[in-house]
Design a protein around this ligand. Structure first.
Ligand SMILES: Cc1cc2nc3c(=O)[nH]c(=O)nc-3n(C[C@H](O)[C@H](O)[C@H](O)COP(=O)(O)OP(=O)(O)OC[C@H]3O[C@@H](n4cnc5c(N)ncnc54)[C@H](O)[C@@H]3O)c2cc1C
Ligand code: FES
Length: 275
């Protein structure tokens, strides 16, 4: 059982949770994730370790409510307990071979680029970041990111804040404007990551993405998070979650992500008491 030490609403449907988890905090590295169950009968759902404090023995998660388990989590408050949290899982991100790095986060993807920004800065790297969201109310961790990176660019689809447009437009603008990056690390919805890789392929810039495949065990045994990278079968939980974005088969990943749509819909209907 892991106690919720604090809960903070970041946007309409995203909450930040600080959980008591000393063993995970002790071993966790940027890029890794945990799998939790809200209660004993709950499904296993993965979330990135957005932050960790070894001294306090805490981990921080940013959780977007989109379906059954994440809505159940949103009902929990400070002082409540999560049934179990397993981790750290997956591989730590290794961008050490690159010089100047641009991080690109779409929506909840900021939960993955924030720990990366923090880690990269601690190693003295030059880091810029673009964060994007549909509108101003969905922009998260702006001040936290600003504190860390050299320059933070914000994009909103509707122009309600900062610059109007998609993260890919800013990306193209920066590259065409003469900014030189040795690598791009992009995290967000699958189609956003594909769009980023389409742009960077044109310019020959190495692009790493973090795959949010459906996961169950998180240990490479169930096969649920299978994907194809450079023609080879990989498992996001043990081989990733980060991969070379130019080698990922996005069409296959998108179809696998939609595999359980009907069951997810049924789950939500039950939660809302419609069945
Ligand atoms: C490595 C990794 C890190 C992630 N980090 C974060 C994070 O930091 N913050 C965050 O809000 N979300 C994160 N996600 C996505 C999160 O796991 C899903 O939003 C969550 O599982 C949805 O569960 P649900 O029951 O609420 O929704 P459902 O209605 O069950 O599903 C909604 C959608 O979420 C995805 N999903 C459902 N079940 C799983 C599962 N077991 N594994 C992965 N995806 C699933 C599918 O795309 C699905 O269509 C991460 C996913 C992965 C794989
Ligand atoms: S989640 Fe089961 S193999 Fe990756």
């Amino acid at each position: 059982m892991n106690k919720i030490l604090s809960k903070r609403k970041l946007s309409e449907n995203v909450n930040e949770y600080v959980l008591e988890a000393p063993l995970i905090a002790k071993h966790a590295k940027a890029g890794q994730f945990i799998i939790l169950r809200v209660d004993e009968d709950g499904e296993r759902v993965p979330f990135t370790l957005c932050d960790m404090d070894r001294t306090k023995g805490t981990i921080t998660l940013l959780i977007q409510s989109i379906g059954y388990s994440t809505h159940r989590l949103a009902e929990l408050n400070e002082g409540d307990y999560i049934h179990d949290v397993a981790g750290p899982l997956g591989n730590a991100t290794d961008l050490s071979e690159f010089g100047r790095i641009l991080l690109v986060g779409g929506g909840i993807g900021v939960a993955v680029i924030y720990p990366q920004a923090k880690y990269l800065r601690s190693t003295g790297k030059a880091v810029d970041a673009i964060i994007g969201a549909r509108n101003q109310s969905l922009i998260m961790y702006e001040s936290e990111m600003k504190e860390i990176v050299d320059t933070l660019y914000i994009m909103t689809d509707d122009g309600s804040y900062s610059q109007k447009g998609f993260v890919t437009e800013k990306l193209r603008e920066l590259i065409n404007g003469g900014e030189k990056y040795d690598a791009i690390f992009a995290v967000g919805p699958l189609m956003m990551m594909k769009a980023v890789t389409d742009v960077t392929r044109e310019y020959g810039i190495k692009t790493i993405i973090s795959m949010n495949s459906v996961m169950v065990d998180g240990t490479g045994m169930c096969g649920c998070c299978r994907l194809t990278v450079g023609g080879e079968t990989k498992y996001a939980c043990v081989d990733g979650p980060e991969f070379d974005g130019h080698l990922v088969d996005f069409a296959e990943a998108a179809s696998r992500q939609a595999f359980y749509k009907e069951q997810e819909k049924e789950h939500m209907c039950r939660l809302r008491g419609k069945q």
